[in-house]
Design a protein around this ligand. Structure first.
Ligand code: LLP
Length: 425
């Protein structure tokens, strides 16, 4: 169900009015629904019930501590890409032994930190990384559990910036090099080969490419098994997309359907070829956990009628939500208070000094200065990609629980933005 709906003409997040939230916390503010978050996580957890499976939330999508805490309490693990993200998991009370560490450029310090916290697995992306990790673990007297991120060369049919499983991608180990890379890993004394992983891209609306990637991983697991390299887990990455509400857009496959099909294939393979040997299945969903749980609440500063276009200048900008500027992403914009006045076509733009600073283009809106708007489906890759460009403090974040509103990140002040800087003497 949608957790953002109009009640008596005013858009609400569950039981809380977005007008009241704007009044209390100011704008721009990200507003998240706790119930939506739990519902999205449950879609994965329910489909995994009774199985050896772990949902490692890809926290790059939204790493607010309160969100991590809510998910950790549901039993989530976490997919991290930096030492900073690991420290967030720890600060939120998450279990580092349910953490997997992705990314092509892990530093020595990050490897050390992750080994100190005894994380579940390093998703390794190259031979030099294997050697570095082996050295770091050896020096600490530890063994690092590793998985190789294999590039299954599957076309995910998504935006080129977020398709990651193709041959030309910087990510992963080429499918054809995978066996040799596993042999190299197995020969290193301070590494324990634990699993295999892939991530073919983000915002995939169809699960066919994911199931194709699964088949390729299974092929490798069988080939490795024949050489005596036994894998204990299979990590299919993140990737199922969400509906952004654009006219004509394809509907995403429901999470339960995708997981059902995936487990069916795994069960059939285990029964037929894998000797029934158990294998843990790991997922790394980001967007499908948080995307539709959040909106970006913003106020109209000015209405400006240009020569060719009408502009609705709001107080949120590309520094708050970069997806339109970066990927030409279509994001739904709605007024907080419904109105009967005739709509005009507007480009919704922010105050930043760049033509690329837009949030939505050619939208029919009935708006005037002082009105509130929301950008819907802004819960994933919104706040985590925010910057301080133009010395703009990042937005506040509020979680709504029923009718109760919790400020889970206050707005940054200008003084905080330059507090780390010094003048030269
Ligand atoms: N695992 C790995 C290794 C990843 O690189 C990603 C996302 C995920 C999991 C989570 O994927 P998801 O379930 O969210 O599709 N900023 C872009 C998306 C970048 C995705 C990067 N990797 C956007 O706003 O569309």
């Amino acid at each position: 169900m949608s957790h953002f709906a109009y009640q008596d003409g005013v858009l609400h997040a569950d039981g809380a009015s977005l007008s009241a939230i704007a009044e209390q916390f100011g704008t721009p503010t990200y507003v998240y629904s706790k119930a939506a978050l739990l519902e999205n996580f449950a879609a994965y957890a329910d489909a995994c019930a009774g199985r050896d499976a772990l949902v490692c939330y890809a926290m790059k999508a939204n790493s607010n501590l309160a969100i991590l805490d809510l998910l950790a309490r549901q039993g989530a693990g976490f997919d991290i890409v930096s030492g900073g993200e690991l420290l967030r998991v720890v600060a939120a009370g998450g279990d580092p032994r349910k953490v997997i560490f992705s990314g092509v450029g892990k530093s020595v310090a990050e490897m050390r930190l992750a080994l100190e916290h005894d994380i579940l697995c390093f998703n390794v992306e190259s031979i030099p990384e294997l050697h570095r990790l082996n050295e770091v673990a050896g020096a600490m007297g530890k063994t690092a559990r590793v998985s190789l991120r294999v590039n299954p060369n599957v076309d995910a049919k998504t935006h080129p910036y977020i398709a990651t499983g193709l041959k030309a991608s910087k990510f992963g180990v080429a499918f054809d090099d995978a066996l040799a890379t596993y042999r190299a890993a197995a020969a290193l004394p301070h590494l324990a080969v634990a699993g295999i992983d892939c991530h073919i891209g983000s915002q995939l609306l169809d699960d066919a490419p994911l199931l194709e990637a699964l088949d390729r991983l299974i092929e490798l697991i069988d080939a490795l098994g024949r050489e005596g390299i036994v894998l204990h887990h299979l990590d299919i990455g993140g990737g199922i997309g969400i509906s952004y509400g654009e006219a004509g857009e394809d509907a995403p496959v429901p999470v339960g359907d995708y997981l059902g099909r995936l487990f069916q294939r795994i069960d059939a393979w285990r029964a037929a070829n894998h000797g029934g040997r158990p294998i843990k299945v790991i997922f790394e969903p980001g967007r499908s956990i948080v995307g539709n749980t959040g909106v970006l609440l913003t106020k109209v500063e000015f209405i400006k009628h240009g020569e060719e276009k009408n502009f609705c200048v709001v107080d949120a900008a590309m520094n708050d939500m970069a997806r339109p500027a970066l990927y030409q992403a279509w994001m739904d914009m709605r007024p907080v208070v419904e109105s009967d006045t005739p709509a005009l076509s507007y480009d919704v733009v922010g105050p930043i000094c760049e033509s690329g600073d837009w949030l939505a283009r050619d939208r029919a809106l009935a708006v005037q200065s002082g009105d509130l708007l929301v950008m819907l489906q802004a819960g994933a890759y919104g706040m985590t990609m925010a910057s301080n460009y133009n010395t703009r403090g990042r937005a506040a974040e509020v979680i709504v629980d029923g009718a109760q509103c919790h400020l889970v990140r206050r707005r940054e002040t200008p003084a905080e933005l330059f507090a780390l800087e010094t003048l030269i003497k």
